[in-house]
Each structure stands twice: as C-alpha cells, then as structure tokens.
Ligand binder design. Structure first.
Ligand SMILES: *Cc1c(COP(=O)(O)O)cnc(C)c1O
Length: 423
C-alpha cells in the first residue's frame, strides 16, 4: 500500500549510475570453492605449509603472492570477505577483524602515536567514545569532541598534531548526518584522512565515493544481519590496508583482533541479501516514522523533512536504499521508555536488546545502555535525553500491523499526545 519509499529530492542521473556500479561490483565478485563449489571453501587452518624454505622466508618479507603464512596475518577465507567489502565500499582493499572495536582501535593506533590528536564527532558509538576519551589518553593521544555538523568547529579544532577527522556517516544514537563531502574537503586541505564509521548506513551512503579515506564497519550489525556473530572491517587503500598487516609495524597484525574463518564465511554468505534487507529496513522505518510524526509522537528519522540532517542525507545518499533502519522515539522519561520497551516486547513488536540490523525489531534506551559511557552532562548537551528509545526496525512483512501494535502499547501507557487519544 503506502509503504513504498517516498524520496523528496531526486538526485541526478550521474549519481544513480555510480550507485549501480557499486552494487554490481559487489554482485560480480566471483569466488569458487576448492572443488568448484558455488561457495568458497572455508580455510580451517591456523598455519600453512611450504614446499621450499626459501618461499617461507619470502612470504614473511611480504614478497609472495598467493602464499599464506599464519592465520593472524591473512587467511583465504578472510580475503574473500574482505574482497566483497572492498567492492561494497568502492575501496581498493579491506581488512576484516574480530569486532568493530577491533577495526576501530587498529585504525586509531595505526595513525596515532603519543602526542598526536584526533578531531572526532561528539555523537559517536559509546565504545569508540570511551576508547578515545578514557583509553587512548593513557598513551597521550588526545581527542577533541566537536559537533561535526558545524564544519567551522571541525576546522577550528584541527591542530598541528591532528592525525585524522573521525565521524559516523549516521551517528549512534542521535542519527546525526555527517556532511562527508564537506568534511573530506577540510581533511584534504590539512592533509589528514577522514575516517568514517558507516555501520548505520551500508549501501545507503558510500563514504569513500564522497571523499572519505578510510571506511569502518561493525559487521555485527546490518552487514551480517543475523545477530549471531561479532566482526568488523576497515576499507581503504591498498597501501593503508597492507600497512595494518605489516608483521613489524601493523596494528591489525600486532594487536591480533583476528576474525575466525567459520564466522567470516558465514558473514560473506549473509552479505548476498544485504541489498534486499536494507531496502526493506528502510521502507519499514520510513513508514513508521511518517505515521508517528503524523500522530504527533516525537520521532527522529533522517527520512523525515523535520530531521536536521535530511537535506545532507539527500545530497549524499544512494537513493534506492533509503534512509536506513534506525529511528528514535522520545517519550521524555526513563520510566516511560522502560515501560514502553517492556510492553512492546510483550506485544511481540520485537526484543528489548542492544545492537541493530536484525530481522526482528530491536529497541534499547541508549542513555542507560550503549551510550552510558558518555557522562550525563555531555549526553544532555548533545541532546541525548533519558527518555530516548533507539529502535532498529526489522524486516516485518506487515508493518501496518507493527504500527498498530506500537500505537496500542503507547495508548495503554498513556503516552500518546492528546489529539490521538481522542481518535
Ligand atoms: C556496534 C558498533 C560499533 C562496535 O562494533 P562491535 O562489532 O560491537 O565491536 C562501532 N560503531 C558503531 C556505529 C556501532 O553501532
């Protein structure tokens, strides 16, 4: 019925051609199993044999193509997944990790040494915030947290020692939208990389196409999509990705956040339906956001004109994948939020759980969960209210029924604005 994507601004032809290229590239990735299987074989070994001792030496020095040494460095299975992810993000190369935080910590530590500085968005994933604020400062790597939607503030925060600009394409949990082109321009001017965490908006936004140097994902979320494993990726140039794996100086190799082959092959298989899932997540989230807004409920979703980042999102999105599967509802108090989430779980709307990108709807109150690392006063100053519920909308086939269920839960708890109670 009405739950089709309504996009208010249509982008030009050139962008849509570019977007198709990206998805075609992903679908053109051709990987065969050892015996001609349609799925690549899983490499189930930690170490690899050599026929000649000299080849082992050359492999250690990084001089032998197609030879594997030890699985913390590289495995055929992880290379397959990385190839698909590099195609997804239009980068030369990618490295996969045992978690999103493994990917993030590896990038930050590869680019920074003691005395260096990071300019980061202040609305980022709680774990990344804690890593920068509480952990890296032990090594005298300091971070300025700024409102990256204010481009001037970003530039003002850059100093001689700044080694990167860091942001999320769509931020967790406030769904702030970064103007990646504008940030990339400043980064380029100062000769530093723009690092973008694109976990919330795979396919919808392609940061590397917009000028980002390094793109990170927690694969745990939409890209895997089955909430059965934890993994991460760094997408970038061949030079940067290779440097991460250097046996003497590479953060990936030396910190050792290595993804297991079985999980890696499972994520690769799930990636084949990513385009279908993202379209459905976006379609369902837009439907709910529009209904909530019409009924006077405090909803935030980048696909709504009322969202501060709507125009920015329009200017950089791959249209057919929509505005993503995340929205937030503000029910003003923590008590309201907790009551509503418990009732929604009872009414089978979804699960009261952190994380996102699952086929079921997942909801949590970020102030007391995934963003609890951020001190209360800072939460307040960035607009993170304790009554905020972050909802990752699932792949529900009947989203109208879902809307009615949520509506009924709100009604039961007296959370609906006056005018709808009357209806
Ligand atoms: C979950 C998440 C991470 C961390 O990823 P893990 O796989 O849990 O280590 C980083 N960034 C964002 C935006 C996330 O949502």
């Amino acid at each position: 019925m009405t739950n089709k994507l309504h996009i208010s601004t249509f982008k030009d032809q050139r962008d849509s051609i570019m977007k198709n290229d990206m998805v075609n590239k992903l679908q053109d990735v051709q990987q065969f199993g050892e015996f001609g299987g349609v799925n690549p074989s899983i490499s189930d070994s930690s170490t690899y044999t050599f026929m000649k001792a000299k080849t082992m030496y050359d492999t250690f020095e990084g001089n032998t193509e197609g030879c594997y040494l030890y699985s913390r460095h590289t495995t055929p299975t992880n290379l397959n997944l990385a190839e698909a992810l590099a195609a997804l993000e239009s980068t030369e190369m990618a490295n996969v990790y045992a978690s999103g935080m493994g990917a993030i910590s590896s990038v930050l530590l590869q680019l920074c040494k003691a005395g260096d500085h990071i300019v980061s968005s202040r609305t980022i994933y709680g774990g990344t915030y804690a890593l920068m604020k509480n952990f890296l400062n032990k090594f005298n790597i300091n971070t300025s947290f700024v409102d990256t939607t204010q481009i001037d503030m970003v530039e003002d925060a850059i100093s001689e020692n700044t080694k990167m600009i860091y942001c999320e394409a769509v931020s967790n949990p406030l769904l702030e939208v970064s103007d990646i082109k504008a940030l990339a321009k400043i980064a380029k001017k100062h000769n530093i990389p723009l690092v973008v965490d694109n976990t919330f908006s795979p396919l919808s936004i392609s940061p590397a196409e917009l000028g980002a140097s390094i793109v990170i994902h927690s694969l745990t979320k939409f890209i895997n999509g089955t909430s059965d494993g934890v993994a991460g990726v760094v997408c970038g140039t061949t030079e940067f990705c290779t440097s991460l794996k250097d046996v003497n100086f590479g953060a990936a190799m030396l910190l050792g956040s290595t993804l297991d082959g079985l999980r890696s092959s499972s994520i690769l298989k799930n990636m084949r339906t990513l385009h279908l899932r993202i379209k459905k997540h976006s379609e369902n989230a837009l439907y709910l956001a529009q209904k909530f807004e019409k009924n006077g409920i405090h909803v935030s979703y980048p696909g709504l004109k009322s969202h501060a980042g709507h125009e920015t999102y329009n200017n950089q999105m791959n249209m057919e994948y929509g505005y993503g599967g995340l929205l937030t509802l503000n029910v003003h108090t923590l008590e309201n939020a907790n009551n509503l989430m418990e009732l929604m779980q009872e009414h089978k709307v979804g699960y009261l759980a952190v994380s996102l990108g699952f086929y079921k709807t997942l909801f949590s109150a970020p102030g007391t969960s995934t963003s609890s690392e951020i001190p209360l006063d800072e939460q307040k100053s960035m607009g993170l209210s304790e009554g905020l519920i972050r909802i990752s909308i699932g792949l529900d086939n009947d989203i109208e029924k879902t809307y009615e269920s949520i509506h009924n839960c709100m009604k039961e708890l007296n959370l609906l604005p006056e005018k709808i109670i009357a209806v």
